[in-house]
Unconditional design. Structure first.
Lengths: 303, 268
């Protein structure tokens, strides 16, 4: 894993903080590349034949490493993957040469309809085998290893039989793919489904983690109880920063991405969140006298 | 089994928000599962309606926030996307709007405004093919000009309407009310718009009657001589060199030209 302070041009994603690049900040990036190690875009937003959007991305990826995070491949679809979509993504990756390519442990397509949501899978042997087949097909089509992201969930299926971390570890073991560890998703799911986030984290294969996501979430009253919604619409909360420390204590320094997708603020707010994440990565890199302290300490200025 | 489960859950996603949750989902008790499943129903319908709002900002501005949400949600439920890249979603929204009497009663021009915005969306994402160079046109021998066929650039669209669609679009984009219909109850004068991106950003150019007929004929594959005759018939005083210069500067034509076969079977 690279620990370079200054990554220049396209290439591997460094073990530093990055930010999710969304449309409102593209012009900021073009005007003056901000002080952040790398950025990540949603692949599907750039599947254009041409035009200014794609041209902007080609400029931005010249300045620093870029990661492509997919939201439309639907790796959990029983009907298999869409060949035309695989081809379109491959064309984008050949053009942009992203340092990382990732997708979700979820599904979005059934009967050829794309629902634009990350839907939960039943955690069964059938779904595990299907998911692994789809990951293998995607890795073959892209000619590279991909990362898959642990889901944020509100519901479970009565038919689920495999504990989620075990399901994920098995995907990694069978396909050789990497893990995109989303610590906000762990926090959200743990609250909504009533499990211990530290136990969940401990059961995941730390050596497979190629990237970590952090984000804010919403608290909503639904059906007389508080449900956490993974809306990426606010600052990262203290408990999630603490979970990031716990994750980094297991993985060592790793690329950490700040995601913000609704009510997108000024770029400076994202850069401040990234600076906090960079501090967490630095702590993980420092020699530790007391490992327990490193895994529970949260940044002093975290909300 | 997974196939059947996903089909069932998927169908249920487009039901009304308060419909029962599909069987097989748990979150403690059935009422809780139903409440939690509404989160997914909301994600699907709201995120796709938002995507339509980004593609159709002028239709949204004219309709008003609430009416647009109702219209967009109805469209999402009737015609959910078949592709995972949302830039391609909403191509038949103009037709859907045309069939929606509640939307067209107050604003009869709304389907045409939607057609214009879809053209803008297509132009924005179109291929960066080279445009026709003036030198290419200049190198065509004068005797071959009548048979010259020009191809429309992938990033150029012509949208004609019976309504003053350019003025309506410009007003909606500026946040103003739609222009008043002509006094005396006469029919509004129509407008045609060329959508192109000569310097990068998408632009809308209002065309005069001669340009409209000329570019329409060229787009339909007519050789220059025929397009010119049609334009001159529609607009006496039509000036071919002015129209060609404007079209060239706006990147309307693709780089490759061809020639209409002559009546004797050869290439003129």
């Amino acid at each position: 894993m690279s620990t370079a302070d200054h990554a220049t041009g396209p290439g591997p994603i460094p073990a530093r903080a990055g930010i999710g690049l969304r449309h409102p900040h593209v012009q900021d990036f073009l005007d003056a590349p901000p002080a952040v190690g790398w950025s990540e875009v949603h692949s599907e937003n750039y599947l254009a034949a041409g035009g200014l959007r794609l041209a902007a991305l080609e400029r931005i990826r010249r300045d620093r490493p870029l990661s492509c995070h997919g939201v439309g491949l639907s790796l959990g679809s029983a009907e298999g993957l869409d060949g035309a979509h695989l081809t379109a993504l491959r064309r984008l990756f050949d053009r942009i040469e992203p340092g990382l390519v990732s997708e979700h442990i979820s599904w979005s397509i059934a009967g050829g309809v794309y629902y634009n949501d990350l839907l939960p899978l039943p955690l069964t042997e059938e779904a595990l085998a299907l998911f692994c087949r789809n990951v293998e097909r995607a890795q073959e089509a892209f000619g590279r290893r991909i990362l898959v992201e642990n889901p944020s969930t509100y519901l479970e299926f009565a038919s689920s039989r495999i504990p989620e971390p075990e399901f994920i570890a098995e995907i990694v073991r069978r396909t050789g793919c990497g893990l995109l560890l989303d610590v906000n998703n762990i926090h959200v799911s743990a609250h909504n489904r009533g499990f211990d986030p530290i136990d969940y984290l401990a059961a995941l294969p730390a050596e497979a983690v190629g990237e970590i996501h952090i984000a804010g979430h919403a608290r909503r009253q639904i059906g007389g109880e508080t449900v956490l919604i993974d809306d990426h619409g606010s600052r990262v909360i203290g408990e999630v920063w603490a979970l990031l420390d716990a994750a980094l204590a297991r993985t060592g320094p790793a690329p950490v991405l700040v995601e913000w997708d609704t009510d997108i603020p000024e770029l400076s707010v994202l850069l401040a969140e990234a600076a906090t994440a960079d501090a967490a990565i630095l702590r993980a890199a420092a020699p530790r006298r007391d490992p327990r302290a490193a895994s529970t300490r949260s940044p002093a200025h975290a909300a | 089994m997974l196939h059947e489960l996903q089909s069932r859950v998927a169908r249920s996603l487009l039901d009304e928000f308060k419909a029962p949750a599909p069987a097989g989902l748990v979150a403690g008790d059935p009422a809780r599962a139903a409440a939690r499943f509404m989160i997914h129903r909301g994600n699907v319908v709201e995120s796709l309606a938002n995507a339509l709002g980004h593609t159709y900002p002028a239709v949204k501005a004219v309709s008003g926030e609430h009416n647009f949400r109702v219209l967009a949600a109805a469209y999402v439920r009737a015609r959910p996307p078949l592709r995972p890249e949302l830039m391609s979603y909403g191509g038949d929204f103009p037709g859907f709007v045309a069939g929606h009497t509640a939307a067209t009663r107050d604003f009869p021009f709304l389907p045409d405004l939607a057609r214009l915005e879809w053209a803008m969306n297509e132009v924005y994402f179109a291929d960066d093919a080279p445009p026709l160079a003036g030198e290419t046109l200049g190198a065509v021998p004068p005797e071959r000009l009548p048979a010259l066929r020009l191809a429309v650039h992938p990033a150029a669209r012509l949208v004609a309407s019976d309504h003053p669609i350019h003025a309506i679009w410009a007003a909606a984009t500026a946040g103003d009310a739609p222009p008043d219909p002509p006094s005396g109850g006469g029919a509004p004068h129509g407008e045609a718009v060329l959508v192109a991106r000569p310097s990068g950003p998408v632009e809308c150019f209002r065309l005069d009657a001669g340009e409209t007929v000329f570019l329409g004929a060229v787009a339909a594959g007519a050789p220059l001589e025929k397009a010119l005759a049609e334009a001159a018939a529609a607009a006496p005083g039509f000036d071919l060199s002015v129209a060609l210069a404007a079209a060239l500067s706006r990147g309307v034509f693709g780089a490759e030209v061809s020639f209409h076969p002559s009546p004797n079977g050869g290439v003129s």
